[in-house]
Design a protein around this ligand. Structure first.
Ligand code: 1CP
Length: 352
């Protein structure tokens, strides 16, 4: 690792940023969602030194190290800040814990009174260690490697806040949204404000681009998708751009189906991250003329490896070769994935 550049001019030479600026390439840039994480033995070694997952997110020295691990191993075109989407509710005043083997746990917010306990005022102060990580990663990355900052989108973060953790059917969050839309909108609004501030602070610390993760966008009917996915994303993009007009942004409304086109049209993002179910030809025809496409290899292909992995990667590379494209998965790396399969995928994508 050498070089410490982050000037606009150098930035323009990063292949990842070129794709987000609308350029096609014979050798598309690549990175993988959840590229830092439990499939890497060096991640597990660092994870074992802390008692809880959030402690890792809030310790800049360790979070920097795990952000850089996949860059050292695979030379990806972008590093993604090591943190989690749930640091935002933690900073809004709804304490988050991660229970080993069970995932996140939060005391659920399900009423107007509970919604009023949240405040976006403390984001910069409480999440200072995260911004310190961004700064430290930036100073250690090679010049050609972009640094992606990120946040969860309001709907997805609200799912965890109202359900009190992960969910299968999203009964409680939908009940709250449908029974008391005004109070639910208050939760969405505080998340919009907090997320704008959170993302701006990441840009100020050195992030080159931002990704908004809306993992549970696909469970909503079209009217609720417009209200809770597209509209908050539009406000966040506009709010961040009011301070940082040139920052490239990617949206990931997972499971949006044909809604990806409306999302790309209406939010102002530079590109969309598509999930495994999106039709390749449809996306090349409908999405690529309007913005960059990022995706969408099935993480299970990477887990299994072999000829099937190569063939699946080739189909994606061929489908998107004429427009702006970033090679990625359709969702995160599965923790049982052999690191050698990632190596093989990098060779396949780079070797063409
Ligand atoms: O103990 C551990 O090591 C915890 C595993 C882990 C990791 C490695 C969690 C817990 N979060 C993360 C890191 C993380 N999460 C990153 C940065 C690393 C990288 O991408 O390389 C990012 C961008 C996220 C984003 C995230 N967290 C999302 C959105 C993307 C997606 O995967 O859909 C979501 C939904 C979460 C919530 C979350 N974090 C962790 C868990 C177990 C969960 C719940 C997932 C669920 O409900 O199924």
């Amino acid at each position: 690792m050498n070089g410490k550049g982050n000037s606009a001019v150098r930035g323009a030479e990063k292949p990842f940023l070129k794709a987000l600026a609308g350029e096609a390439s014979d050798r598309p840039p690549m990175w993988l969602m959840r590229q830092a994480g439990r499939y890497l033995p060096e991640y597990r070694a660092i994870r074992a030194t802390v008692s809880g997952f959030l402690e890792l997110c809030y310790t800049p020295e360790l979070a920097t190290e795990v952000t850089l691990q996949p860059i050292r191993r695979y030379g990806f075109d972008a590093a993604i800040l090591f943190s989690d989407i749930l640091v935002v509710p933690d900073a809004l005043g709804q304490e988050v814990t991660f229970v080993e083997g069970e995932g996140p746990k939060l005391a659920p917010i399900r009423s107007a009174a509970e919604a009023r306990t949240l405040s976006a005022d403390w984001i910069r102060q409480r999440l200072a260690p995260v911004f310190e990580t961004v700064e430290s990663v930036r100073s250690k990355l090679p010049d050609e490697t972009a640094l992606i900052g990120f946040a969860g989108a309001p709907w997805t973060v609200a799912c965890y806040m109202v359900e009190g953790g992960g969910s299968r059917d999203f009964t409680e969050v939908k009940r709250f949204a449908y029974q008391d839309p005004k109070s639910f909108q208050d939760v969405i609004d505080v998340l919009v404000d907090g997320t704008i501030d959170y993302l701006c602070a990441q840009v100020e610390a050195g992030a080159d681009a931002l990704q908004l993760f809306d993992t549970w966008a696909g469970v909503l009917p079209d009217d609720a998708f417009a209200a809770y996915v597209t509209e908050p994303a539009r406000k966040i993009v506009a709010g961040v751009r009011a301070k940082h007009p040139d920052i490239p942004m990617i949206g990931f409304p997972r499971g949006a189906g044909v809604g990806y086109a409306r999302y790309l049209d209406q939010t102002g993002v530079n590109g969309v991250s598509i999930d495994v179910a999106v039709d390749l030809d449809w996306a090349a025809k409908t999405l690529q003329p309007k913005g960059a496409v990022q995706g969408n290899l099935d993480p299970q292909r990477l887990l299994v490896g072999g000829d099937g992995l190569n063939a699946a990667a080739d189909r994606i590379l061929t489908a998107f070769s004429d427009g702006p494209f970033i090679f990625n998965l359709g969702h995160g790396v599965i923790k049982e994935t052999p690191p050698e399969h990632v190596e093989a995928l990098v060779e396949r994508v780079r070797g063409r």
